[in-house]
Structures are given as structure tokens and as C-alpha cells.
Design a protein around this ligand. Structure first.
Ligand SMILES: [Zn+2]
Length: 450
């Protein structure tokens, strides 16, 4: 990629990042969850490798478990070989998009009205572009970071990573050799909150924890029979009762350390009573704006029934009925969660985990966190970084299994009125150009102090 004309004061990475993000979006890497219809990862990964090779990196292209599931790895030597390596990871796949719904074509990567538009603009080709821009600058300009950096661009995050991070962790340990810490999605973005004195404060939310992602299949077995007879052992009835009880259940409020730290900081800044014991915590949280939905989901376990299937003819009582429940469980809560579920579904319904990705939590302290703080404050004095827990899942779950300490830190300074969380998998997904420039500056500084 030719280096664009720099505006005065701009470094090489800033000059490149917008075009890199736009080019990444132009690869349609839609992950449908089906091997046959998922596409574009190979082409995108090979293009990423070309961008790295162009400035002198050795890259490794790996397919993870199936043809076309492309991943790229590269390393940059740091000055201190005794320190563990820091990995920067980003997924290249995106969720599908329906062009008819969009203002611009979702795979156009259009740069308009101060935004880069398209599927992946915030999830997460923004960060992939920022990592690439900084990696290219360091190599091209001979900049040596304090510790080894590992750049990982991976497939299949949007379907849980069986053909991406999970396969890589299980089959290619060597790619992660020496890595002790990592940064990736979803964190580092700003949230502007009102202060009691009428001013605003920008908080940067760094992700330090994730709920587990566990999908559960429920199966009820009964006696098959004719739909016209009296029948007391109907699998559909048994299953429906279990699903209704589970779906209507509210799990208890449990405040994990990351969530407590977030509530403390947000309460301190806004003057709102965000004490976990406050009787109307959900109501008060709503005053923080759109982020409330995400934070609210990290205050308790959830079990949302999402699929039901039974029967094949109107007058045949089927022998079995099945449901799928999307369960998201807080760190340390699994045993209690399972006991509650067993109580609710009763002895006649069997359960099994069909997707089983563990929760993850680390502490918001140490040298790497100091480097995040320093880099954010250097470029946004007066801001504050705070930890938070993600209710969803990222590739960090798989990397954490290797003992890697993971953070969601993809720095973006966002306009106060932008509903950022709604852009994830949303229509008209877009990222502000200024946010990318800011993020690139922060990332560069952070890596030099990491
Ligand atoms: Zn993502």
C-alpha cells in the first residue's frame, strides 16, 4: 500500500490507518457460521500478510481446521528478550450484512462525513487496521519496542473460533510461544458521562473480564402417541414448562470485582448512586445511557431460551422435544448456576452444554495497565480509564487458556452522542475517522511503554 501524504504533525501510522481500515472492510469476510458459505478470510489474511511483508516482516499464513480459514502471524523483536511477549490480536471475519438495509454498501469501506463505513468498522477491522498501521511504522522506521510483539490476525471469531483461535490454541502452541499478555477487542473506547457540576468526563472502558458463553440443549423425552387420546407423558408439555420456568427466572445480583470497580468509578464521576446494594440499581444505571444494557447484563447470570423444536405432524405426539438456551454466566458462578437450572427444569428434562466457553477475569493493575493509562492520558488529559466486564465473548477466552493475561483494549475516542454498542453487528456500522487517528496514536505510545 502506498503511504499517503501525511498532514503536518502526523506520523506514518496515522497517515495510513484510514485507508487500511477501508481496504480491510472491502474484503467481504462474512462468517455465516457454516463452512460452506463463510468466505473471504483467506484473501483478507493474505492481503494482511502482504502489508506486513512489504515493510520487511516475516509472516506465517495458517489455515485453522478447514480450507480458507486464513490466519496470519508475525513477530517484532523487542529490546528485552527476558520479558514475555505482548500479543495484539484481531479477527478478520465479520457477521453478514444485508446491503438493502444500509445507507452505503456494507463492503464499500466508504469514507464519508468523517466516518469509515461498513461491516467490521467497529468489530473489528478498526483495531486490525490500527495494529497494522503501527506494526508497519515500527518495522519501516526501525523502532524497537521494549518487549517482543506478536501480531495475530485470526479467523472465525464470530462463530466462536472453532475454526480460528480455538483451533490455533489446540494445534499451534508454537505461534504463542513466550506470550504472557494480550490486547484485542472489546474495550478502550470512550464513554462520556455527565458530572454533577454540569461538565462531562470521558471514561475509557478497558475490558478485564468476560462472562462465559454456554449454549445448553434441553431434551424432554415422553411417550409417543396419537394426538386424539388422553396422554399424560407429553414431551412437548414437559419441555415447554421447563423452558418457561427457566426463561422467566431472574438470577441473583452478583457483583464481580471488575463490575464493582466500574460502578465505583462511574458513581464517583457522575454522583449517581451506583452502589450495588442500591434498591434501584437498574434504574440508576439507565442514566448512564446506552452502555446500561451492557453493564446490566454483567450484574447477573442470564439464561435466554432461543430455539425450540419438536414434532412432525399435528396429530402425532412426538417422543422428544428440544430447546436451546443461551446462558451467560459470571466468573465463579457455574456450580450455583447449574444447580438453579436443574431445580427449574426438573428431573424429566435432560441438559447438555453444546457450546462451552469459560468466563474470564483479570485484575486492573500492573505494568501493562499503567501503560494503557499513561497512553490514554497523554492524548486525552482529564480522562479516566476504568475496567469493565463484557457480557459477550471474544477470542480472549481461548488465549486465556494458554495462561495469557488478556485485556480488551482497542482505543477509540468517540463522540459523546454515538451509540457505540448498537454499531456492533448493527446496520450502518461505522467508525469516526478521528477515533481511528486517536486510537493509532494511543496504541503507538502504549506499545512503546508496554
Ligand atoms: Zn469482534
Amino acid at each position: 500500500m502506498p503511504t499517503k501524504q501525511k498532514t503536518p504533525g502526523q506520523g506514518r501510522a496515522e497517515a495510513e490507518v484510514v485507508e487500511l481500515v477501508s481496504a480491510l472492510i472491502r474484503f467481504d469476510t462474512s462468517n455465516t457460521g457454516e463452512l460452506a458459505t463463510t468466505k473471504g478470510e483467506r484473501e483478507c489474511a493474505q492481503w494482511v500478510a502482504t502489508q506486513l511483508k512489504e515493510v520487511g516482516y516475516e509472516t506465517e499464513y495458517v489455515e485453522s481446521g478447514a480450507p480458507g480459514r486464513g490466519n496470519v502471524f508475525a513477530r517484532l523483536k523487542g529490546s528485552d528478550p527476558n520479558r514475555g511477549a505482548l500479543m495484539l490480536h484481531g479477527h478478520l471475519d465479520v457477521v453478514p450484512a444485508e446491503p438493502a438495509d444500509w445507507r452505503v454498501h456494507p463492503f464499500s469501506g466508504a469514507v464519508e462525513n468523517g466516518y469509515v463505513w461498513g461491516r467490521g468498522a467497529v468489530d473489528m477491522k478498526d483495531m486490525v487496521g490500527m495494529i497494522l498501521a503501527v506494526a508497519r511504522k515500527f518495522k519501516a522506521e526501525g523502532i524497537v519496542p521494549p518487549r517482543d510483539l506478536v501480531f495475530a490476525f485470526v479467523a472465525d471469531e464470530e462463530a466462536g473460533g472453532a475454526y480460528g483461535c480455538q483451533w490455533l490454541v489446540a494445534n499451534r502452541h508454537d505461534l504463542f510461544e513466550g506470550v504472557t499478555e494480550a490486547i484485542g477487542e472489546v474495550g478502550g473506547f470512550s464513554l462520556t458521562v455527565p458530572r454533577p457540576d454540569g461538565t462531562d468526563r470521558r471514561l475509557y472502558l478497558v475490558q478485564t473480564a468476560e462472562k462465559s458463553l454456554k449454549w445448553m440443549r434441553l431434551t424432554a423425552k415422553g411417550r409417543a402417541g396419537h394426538g386424539s387420546f388422553l396422554h399424560t407423558d407429553n414431551a412437548v408439555t414437559t419441555l415447554a414448562q421447563a423452558v418457561a420456568r427457566l426463561g422467566a427466572h431472574t438470577f441473583p445480583l452478583v457483583v464481580s470485582d471488575s463490575v464493582a470497580e466500574f460502578l465505583d468509578a462511574a458513581g464517583e464521576e457522575t454522583g449517581l448512586d451506583l452502589d450495588p446494594t442500591s434498591p434501584d440499581l437498574d434504574g440508576t444505571l439507565a442514566k448512564l445511557g446506552t452502555i446500561a444494557n451492557l453493564i446490566g447484563a454483567t450484574l447477573r447470570d442470564t439464561a435466554n431460551p432461543t430455539m425450540l423444536s419438536a414434532g412432525y405432524k399435528a396429530n402425532v405426539i412426538p417422543q422428544t422435544a428440544e430447546a436451546v438456551v443461551d446462558c451467560r454466566i459470571l466468573p465463579g458462578r457455574l456450580t450455583e448456576f447449574e444447580a438453579t437450572v436443574d431445580d427449574l427444569i426438573g428431573p424429566d428434562v435432560q441438559r447438555e452444554w453444546i457450546t462451552d466457553l469459560d468466563s474470564y477475569e483479570t485484575t486492573f493493575d500492573g505494568h501493562l495497565v499503567d501503560a494503557m493509562n499513561e497512553a490514554i492520558l497523554a492524548h486525552d488529559p482529564g480522562a479516566r480509564t476504568v475496567p469493565y466486564m463484557l457480557s459477550g465473548g471474544t477470542d480472549a477466552k481461548a488465549f486465556a487458556k494458554l495462561g495469557i493475561r488478556c485485556f480488551g483494549f482497542s482505543p477509540l475516542q468517540l463522540p459523546p452522542d454515538l451509540d457505540f454498542t448498537a454499531l456492533f453487528h448493527g446496520v450502518d456500522e461505522r467508525v469516526p475517522v478521528d477515533a481511528l487517528l486517536f486510537g493509532t496514536r494511543v496504541l503507538e505510545r502504549f506499545l512503546l511503554h508496554s
